[in-house]
Design a binder for this molecule. Sequence first.
Ligand SMILES: [Zn+2]
Ligand SMILES: [Zn+2]
Length: 65
Amino acid sequence: MQKEIVICEECLSQYYKNASMMTELCPECSHILYNYINCEHSFQNGHCLYCYWDGSQSDYIKSIK
Ligand SMILES: [Zn+2]
Ligand SMILES: [Zn+2]
């Protein structure tokens, strides 16, 4: 099964669509903004192995973290 890659509306990172509970946010942003379960990120070559997030954070996310 091919993993569909989409862009997070908040941090503009790519992520695997089925790795997130939300359709327009990566697991990281959906966790911070809406308290959904975050991915246990494991980075390899600049992307998380599980959700493909690249570590990007929007200014808004940084400000509330
Ligand atoms: Zn995001
Ligand atoms: Zn991850």
